[in-house]
Design a protein around this ligand. Structure first.
Ligand code: ADP
Ligand code: ADP
Length: 231
């Protein structure tokens, strides 16, 4: 894993009166699974997108293993940080296998290694590789698309995983399985995971620590599930 430090992070979108994220600081330890839980619009997605530099903060800093993310080159950042989102974000003109191979190919893995990894990742998220690798996203259900999105995020084995409501469209039984897989990945491979959800039960099940967020990502509570439940 890798530790993540947010230092006085602020994001003000052009033209909006109030910042979406206002002066947030947080320390995430290597190998921790942190859940951000809070109402829609409180800035959870904005915070995640700043960590992987899909958007730039207005002010403040993000450090991954004590390195300012603005000093990490784009390919290096992809290698370090996997990203899975609610809408899956799959490229519609690419097959499942091509979508999952994106980052591994970008960082120079051989074709054999990439092909084996695609099959391994599809198995991990409960999709039969033979049946699914050649399909296009439109040939998948919403929940299957999300599972492929998770497979893509994990493909290059990044030490940091950012997950923005990744299981929202997945059926309850598969979701339960994927939650268990995520906990296993974290325990066995010591990944640092930042997981965003609306679902308090999911937060309690997954989080080593849970950040309860209010407007503008103000941290109302940041504690273990046990401590949050007794408050
Ligand atoms: P959450 O993930 O908690 O639902 P977001 O980070 O998506 O919240 O949004 C936080 C706030 O920023 C909201 O008020 C939202 O309307 C606003 N916002 C998000 N993206 C943009 C954007 N690209 N331009 C302007 N405002 C945005
Ligand atoms: P390209 O610029 O090569 O066309 P994109 O920038 O659209 O590719 O990103 C490809 C996919 O990789 C995205 O859909 C997203 O899921 C994932 N991704 C994008 N940025 C990052 C990042 N900083 N870290 C990890 N994954 C990312």
């Amino acid at each position: 894993g890798a530790n993540i430090r947010l230092e006085n992070l602020t994001k003000r979108y052009p033209g909006s009166a109030a910042p979406a994220v206002d002066n947030v600081s947080m320390d995430i330890k290597a190998g921790e699974l942190i859940v951000f839980v809070g109402p829609s619009g409180c800035g959870k997605s904005t915070t995640l997108k700043m960590i992987n530099r899909l958007i730039e903060p207005t002010s403040g800093k993000i450090l991954i293993n004590d390195e300012d993310v603005t000093n990490i080159d784009p390919v290096g950042l992809r290698r370090k940080v996997g990203y899975a989102i609610q809408s899956s974000g799959l490229f519609p003109h690419m097959t499942v296998a091509q979508n999952i191979s994106l980052v591994p190919k970008m960082i120079g893995w051989s074709k054999g290694r990439v092909d084996a990894r695609v099959a391994e990742m599809l198995d991990l998220v409960g999709l039969d590789p033979t049946e699914f690798r050649g399909r296009y996203p439109r040939q998948l259900s919403g929940g299957q698309q999300q599972r492929v999105g998770v497979a893509r995020a994990l493909a290059a084995d990044p030490p940091v995983l950012l997950m923005d409501e990744p299981f929202g469209a997945v059926d309850p039984i598969t979701r339960d399985h994927l939650q268990d897989e995520l906990i296993r990945l974290q325990h066995e491979l010591h990944k640092t995971i930042v997981f965003v959800t609306h679902d308090f039960d999911e937060a309690i099940k997954l989080g080593d620590r849970i950040a309860v967020l209010r407007e503008r990502s103000h941290i109302a509570q940041f504690d273990t599930p046990e401590a949050i439940l007794t408050n």
